[in-house]
Design a protein around this ligand. Structure first.
Ligand SMILES: Cc1cc2nc3c(=O)[nH]c(=O)nc-3n(C[C@H](O)[C@H](O)[C@H](O)COP(=O)(O)O)c2cc1C
Length: 291
C-alpha cells in the first residue's frame, strides 16, 4: 500500500519491527478481512466502533496525563488567589505568584498545641491529611459541631506581615452546609479577635440561596466583626434576618443568608468550631502572647 510505504519511510525501524511481529501480522490479517467485509455487516460495524473507542480512549488518556501538571499549577494558583483575596491584597492585574511570594508566609501549626511545626509547607495538603487516619483526629459528636467528623492534626495557616508585625492571620476553615462541605479562609487581625474577611473557595450550596456565601456584598458584612465575647466563648455567628448595628452584641452578628437558613447555620457552626479550642483558639492565644 502506498500510504504504508510512505509512513514506513519515516517510521523506518519501528515499522520493520512491527511487520515482523507475530501479533501485528495477525492483526493486519484480521484488519484486511474486516475491511473487505460489506459496510452493512455487523462484524465490520462493531470492529469500526471498537477501533474508534480505542483511539479515543488513547487520546483522552494522553490529554489527561499531559495536562496534569498544568492542572496542578492552576489549582495552586487559584488557591494563592483566594488567599490574597481574603487578605485584601487582590486587585485587578495583580501578579498572583509575585504578590503571594512577597506578602504571604505559609506556616504549619499543630492545632492541639497551637505551636508552629517544621515541615514541607509547600507540599503539605491539609485536606489530604484530614483523610489520613495517621494525620487526623477523630471528633466526638459533641466536638463535631461543623459536621466534619475528623480534622487534620496539622493546619496550614498564612500570615501577612509588615516587617516583623503580623497584619493578618489567615485560617483555613471548613464545615458542612446544607448540601456540601464548604471550604474557605477566615482572615483575622493579629489580636485573633477582629475579622478582616471570609471567603469560600469550594462549596456546593444552591446558587442564589446557600451559594450566596461567595457574594462580595455579604462577605463585606464580616469586616470588623468580633469573634470572642468577654468570657472567651466564640460569639460570632449568623442571625436570621438583618443585623441592627445599633444594638449591643451586633459586633458578633452577621446577616443570615435569605432563604438559606441551613447554610447559614453551617457557616455559624464552622466558625464556632474552628475558632474554639478544637480549632485555632490555642494558636491564636500563642500569637497574642508571643506575637
Ligand atoms: C431546590 C432547593 C434548594 C435549596 N438550597 C438551599 C441551600 O443551598 N441552603 C439552604 O440553607 N437552604 C436551601 N434550601 C431551602 C431549605 O430547604 C430550607 O427551606 C431553608 O434553609 C430554610 O430557610 P429559611 O427559613 O430562610 O426559608 C433549598 C430549597 C430548595 C427547594
Amino acid at each position: 500500500m502506498p500510504n504504508e510505504n510512505k509512513s514506513c519511510k519515516y517510521m523506518g525501524p519501528l515499522c520493520e519491527k512491527l511487520e515482523k511481529c507475530e501479533h501485528y501480522q495477525k492483526f493486519a490479517k484480521y484488519r484486511d478481512k474486516v475491511l473487505a467485509l460489506s459496510n452493512d455487516s455487523l462484524e465490520k460495524t462493531i470492529a469500526v466502533a471498537l477501533s474508534l473507542c480505542f483511539v479515543c480512549a488513547i487520546l483522552v488518556s494522553i490529554a489527561a496525563v499531559a495536562l496534569r501538571p498544568l492542572q496542578i499549577e492552576n489549582k495552586a494558583l487559584d488557591m494563592k488567589k483566594n488567599i490574597l483575596d481574603v487578605a485584601g491584597l487582590l486587585q485587578d492585574g495583580t501578579d498572583i505568584n509575585a504578590a503571594f511570594a512577597e506578602k504571604i508566609e505559609a506556616k504549619l501549626v499543630d492545632v492541639a498545641t497551637g505551636e508552629y511545626v517544621e515541615g514541607d509547607v509547600e507540599a503539605y495538603d491539609q485536606r489530604k491529611a484530614a483523610k489520613d487516619p495517621k494525620q487526623n483526629v477523630a471528633l466526638t459528636k459533641d466536638q463535631d459541631i461543623a459536621s466534619i467528623k475528623v480534622r487534620a492534626k496539622i493546619a496550614k495557616v498564612y500570615l501577612v506581615k509588615e516587617g516583623d508585625t503580623i497584619k493578618s492571620i489567615i485560617l483555613p476553615v471548613h464545615g458542612y452546609g446544607l448540601w456540601s462541605t464548604m471550604y474557605g479562609f477566615l482572615a483575622v487581625d493579629a489580636d485573633g479577635q477582629t475579622v478582616q474577611s471570609i471567603n469560600f473557595y469550594d462549596q456546593g450550596e444552591t446558587p442564589g440561596l446557600g451559594a450566596e456565601v461567595v457574594n462580595p456584598n455579604w462577605r463585606a458584612l464580616w469586616k470588623g466583626k468580633k469573634v470572642y465575647d468577654e468570657s472567651g466563648a466564640v460569639a460570632l455567628g449568623l442571625i436570621k434576618g438583618t443585623v441592627d448595628n445599633s444594638k449591643p452584641g451586633s459586633e458578633f452578628q452577621v446577616d443570615g443568608l435569605a432563604g438559606a437558613t441551613l447554610t447559614s447555620v453551617g457557616v455559624t457552626n464552622l466558625v464556632k468550631f474552628w475558632m474554639s479550642q478544637e480549632g485555632f483558639a490555642a494558636y491564636l492565644d500563642k500569637v497574642r502572647t508571643k506575637g
